[in-house]
Design a protein around this ligand. Structure first.
Ligand code: FAD
Length: 437
């Protein structure tokens, strides 16, 4: 390809640009926000704690070899085994040596990815806001955008391939409709989730801990009665980033005192930070109203030369920490599609089919789990009651048995498809563990 354009220069856009740099002479990222500004407005959720799942970390290293080393040299941490602690209903899972997680803030990770992407000789970033697609005949031929500093006058940028990485508020569907193309159906699930994140000074407390994550499970019927849901990460600049989450009437506020007292009702690592560490930031809140997924494969037609990545495809309940990993996996799916010899001007069905495997897995996993909340009213998938029952039993068994825990966590970390948990061997073992108890 001569030129590929990526609309949106956040995490998913940068990953896509990295992949496209292997296939296009010129890769242009169009992004309205000043990306180097820590308080940029384009993606306010970036200030919340972001955990990168083990598969996301693997993918990051795949596309940017040595990036972990670069980040740890600058203060990020890497944890595995005892350093990564997952709790369910206050009960700690067995540690896993093979699960490696990064302790760093989202702006820090994104900056490392941006520096590496921008350093590629054929990638450049233009400050501007995408305004529409240029479609000729059956395929996309470029984009229209307003350069920063101008009010309304649009500029045209021709391209052989365009990627939508404009996040969950992407206007791509509206643009397609304007041009007379069908709109990909949008799935939605209202979850009314509240997030609150704050930073604490990190000292000698909790030696060796990088990540601690606490979630309610079957013993509390997924309610915060036994333990507050929350997480902490040891991050750059000798800080702990702590997040608390709650649904509907239990959404956390910006009040620092409330934040600390909720931390005291959480698992031991969060309690210890609440007791011992100095708060170093305001409490930042974020209201995540609904999960959304655009089903591109269900559109009857798509113009050639167009793909979408990241939250522009699916923006899922952040509690499961899947967003960055899905974006990284989509970059790999894009690479596999382009490597397969597909012509840039054809509809990118092959890309969407590949990406659909894990986007569906992430969506199904999170929406099925969210239906355990009484205020979440659907839509219910077929066979939900059985899925929930089996899911609860496997979760219970995974808290007692090392092998099931390993299989379970490999699904949580997106290293395996959720169907790995439906294998007869896993089901039989779970039944044996629970019956023995
Ligand atoms: C509260 C919260 C906590 C989260 N925690 C985690 C976590 O722990 N782990 C995890 O993996 N994921 C987490 N996520 C999900 C993760 O943040 C997203 O999946 C991720 O930001 C997706 O990246 P993106 O590049 O697709 O979109 P975004 O990061 O939203 O970026 C979209 C970009 O598009 C730009 N843009 C918008 N309009 C235009 C336009 N017209 N033209 C050009 N550019 C445009 C914006 O300026 C922005 O830079 C969390 C999300 C939330 C809301």
């Amino acid at each position: 390809m001569q030129r590929a354009v990526v609309l949106g220069g956040s995490f998913a856009g940068l990953m896509a640009a990295r992949v496209l740099s292997d296939y296009a002479e010129d890769v242009v990222i169009v992004e309205p926000d000043c990306l180097d500004d820590a308080s940029r407005t384009g993606a306010p959720h970036r200030r919340q704690l972001h955990a990168l799942l083990a598969m996301g970390h693997t993918q990051l290293e795949r596309w940017f070899p040595g990036i972990t080393k670069e980040m740890t040299t600058q203060g990020a941490l890497v944890g595995r085994g005892e350093a990564v602690q997952f709790y369910v209903d206050g009960h700690r899972r067995l540690p896993l040596e093979e699960v490696e997680m990064l302790g760093a803030t989202r702006p820090f990770i994104e900056r490392a990815v941006r520096l590496r992407t921008r350093g590629l000789p054929n990638v450049r970033i233009i400050a501007g806001r995408g305004q529409g697609l240029l479609i000729q005949g059956k395929c996309v031929r470029g984009v229209r955008y307003i350069p920063n500093g101008q009010q309304t006058e649009t500029t045209t940028l021709t391209a052989d391939f365009v990627v939508d990485a404009m996040g969950r508020s992407s206007r791509l569907s509206a643009w397609l409709e304007q041009e007379g193309w069908p709109v990909p159906p949008l799935d939605r699930m209202t979850i009314d989730l509240g997030y609150a994140t704050a930073s604490f000074r990190r000292g000698s407390e909790l030696p060796g801990t990088v990540i601690a994550h606490s979630a309610p499970g079957p013993a509390s019927d997924y309610q915060p009665t036994l333990c507050e849901p929350g997480a902490l990460a040891a991050v750059e600049d000798s800080r702990w980033t702590v997040v608390l989450a709650g649904y509907a009437g239990h959404r956390p506020s910006r009040d620092p005192q409330e934040f600390r007292s909720r931390m005291r009702r959480c698992v031991q690592p969060l309690r210890e930070v609440a007791e011992q560490c100095e708060l170093e930031s305001d409490v930042e809140t974020f209201h995540f109203r609904e999960s959304r997924r655009r089903r591109f494969l269900a559109a009857s037609r798509l113009p050639g030369g167009l793909a979408a990545v990241g939250d522009a495809v699916a923006s899922i309940n952040p509690i499961y920490g899947q967003g960055l990993t899905l974006a990284a996996l989509q970059a790999s799916a894009l690479a596999a599609y382009l490597r397969s010899g597909a012509a840039a001007h054809e509809p990118a069905w092959g890309y969407f089919q590949r990406a659909d495997v894990f986007v569906n897995a992430g969506w199904n996993l999170s929406t099925t789990a969210d239906l355990a909340q009484p205020h979440v009213i659907g839509p219910y998938p077929r066979g939900y009651a059985l899925m929930r029952w089996v899911g609860d039993k496997i979760t219970q068994a995974s808290l007692q048995d090392a092998e099931i825990n390993r299989a379970y966590m490999s699904v949580v970390h997106m290293q395996q498809h959720p169907r790995a948990l439906a294998r007869p061997r896993v089901l039989m073992r779970a039944a044996r563990v629970l019956l023995a108890r």
